[in-house]
Design a protein around this ligand. Structure first.
Ligand code: 1Q0
Length: 215
């Protein structure tokens, strides 16, 4: 571990943020959730400029939520649960069509939440992939099963082109900077249940409040 501490990037640190984001009573702490996403964006930027349009969108959503967290009502945004309660009680969410609150916390987080499902599917495919596995195919399959349904044709097309530029499995593992392929696979095995749990808790919360289709 000493060796990897000296590097400025280690994928394990990024996934650890998702671990931190569950409070003891299983609420999702926004600050850590956003830290997890920032780490992923950092990773994405290391993969090259072709992913710029993706990382830009993710960064701007992270920033919108950070602004709420650092704003006047910041304490209401401590967890995703408290954010949902606060924004709904104060009618700060455009539930059916975009109106006076086009960039609510609930709406913005929903976009990241949908992308977390993609991440879960992709990491599971990476974890179980063979040595000759194609990251671009794993990425495209995961995308088609999750995020794609929320994206218009032109975004799907651009995403599909970007996926083709992904490095192969081994090079990809190296960018993660976790260690040998076996260590990467072990790390993924540890990280995945956390990602799954964060996704499910958020999904249930959003379903309960009928927030899964915010425009
Ligand atoms: C590794 C390749 C990364 C592929 C990421 C897959 C997601 C593709 C999404 C492409 C669409 C981005 C363009 C903008 C779309 C927006 O219209 C859309 C909706 O927002 P709005 O405001 O228009 O309603 N935005 C989104 O759907 C949010 C998309 C966020 C994507 C966040 C991706 C973050 C990057 C992650 C890299 C993780 C690499 C993990 C590698 C793990 C290695 C073990």
């Amino acid at each position: 571990p000493a060796a990897s501490e000296n590097q400025n990037f280690c994928f394990k640190d990024e996934l650890d943020a998702f671990k931190l984001c569950l409070s003891p009573n299983k609420e999702v702490i926004l600050e850590h959730y956003l830290a997890g996403w920032s780490g992923l964006v950092k990773f994405l930027n290391r993969l090259g400029n072709v992913f710029g349009f993706i990382s830009k969108d993710a960064s701007s959503k992270i920033q919108i939520l950070r602004n709420f967290l650092n704003g006047e009502s910041g304490s209401e945004y401590f967890t995703v649960q408290s954010m949902v309660k606060y924004e709904l009680e104060n009618k700060l969410v455009d539930l059916k069509k975009a109106g006076s609150h086009p960039e609510s916390g609930c709406r913005t987080l929903l976009r990241l939440h949908r992308a977390l499902r993609w991440l879960e599917l992709f990491l599971e495919r990476l974890r179980t992939s063979q040595e000759d596995g194609k990251t671009s195919a794993m990425c495209a399959e995961s995308y088609n099963e999750s995020l794609a349904q929320f994206h218009p044709w032109v975004v799907r097309k651009a995403a599909g082109l970007a996926f083709c530029m992904l490095p192969g499995r081994l090079a990809f593992f190296e960018v993660m900077n976790v260690g040998t392929p076996d260590q990467v696979v072990a790390m993924l095995g540890e990280a995945l249940p956390v990602v799954t749990e964060v996704y499910q808790i958020t999904q249930e919360l959003y379903a309960k409040h009928d927030l899964l289709d915010i425009p």
